[in-house]
Design a protein. Sequence first.
Length: 254
Amino acid sequence: MKKLFLIAATLSLALFSCKKDSSSNTGTAHVTVKMTDAPGAFDAVILNIKSVVIVTDKGEQTLDVNGGLVDILRFRAGRDTILADRDIPAGTIQQVRLVLNDSGNRVIVGGVSFNLTTPSGQSSGVKLSVHDNLTAGIAYTMRLDFDAAQSITLTGNGKYILKPVIRAIATAASGALTGVVSPIVSSPKVLAIMGTDTVGAVADGTGKFYFPGLTAGNYQINFVPVTPFATKTVTNVSVTNGSVTDMGTVTISQ
C-alpha cells in the first residue's frame, strides 16, 4: 500500500544544564506526539493515521498510532489529541514523518462526505532536515499543527485534494537531575522530594545517581546511606524543563 509521508520539522529543543552531562546522548528520551488543528471551513476532516516516524542519528523509530481515524477539527483552540508516545534513543533528530494510510481519509462538507485524495507527486511529502537534540532522561511533547484551510483544496471536477500543511512545535515537558556521591561505599538511597511527591533512586557502582523525567520545580534531595554514614539533605535544588541539573559531587560524612 502506498503511504503518505508528511514531514514535520523545525523542532527547537533548547537544552541547557548546570554542568555538561556526559549521558545526554545515551539512554532514551520520552516523546509524546500530539495533533492540533488550525480552523478550516469544513464539518469534519478525518485522517487515517498509521504511524509517526522519528529519524535520529541512532536510527529510525516508528511510533504506531492507536485508533487510526482522527477528526482533527475536534482539536482546535489549544485542544489536542495524543497520537503516539514512546521512549526512543536520545540523539540528533534528522527527520519526522507522519504516515497516513491511502484509504479512509475524508472531508465532510455540508453534511456530505468526500474522499480526500493525494496527488502522486506528493506521495513522499515535504522533506525537511532537522538537526536538534533529544537529551536522555527528558520528556518531550511534539505538537503537530495541521492547517486544514491550506491543506485541502477543491478541484474543478468536485474532488477534494489533500496537500498537507503541518507545523511542528516541540517543547521539553520535564527535566532531569544527576550527581555523584562520595565515598561510593556509602551506597545511599537518594530521594527527590517536592511537596507531597517523592521519587527515589539508588547510586550505582560509580556513585552516580540519575532522576529522569522530573517535573520542573525546586526539590529537597535526601541521601540515606548505609551505616556508619550520616543522612544528608540538600534543599532548593532547581530542576528546569529541558535541562539536566548536575549536583556535582555530594560528600556523605560519617
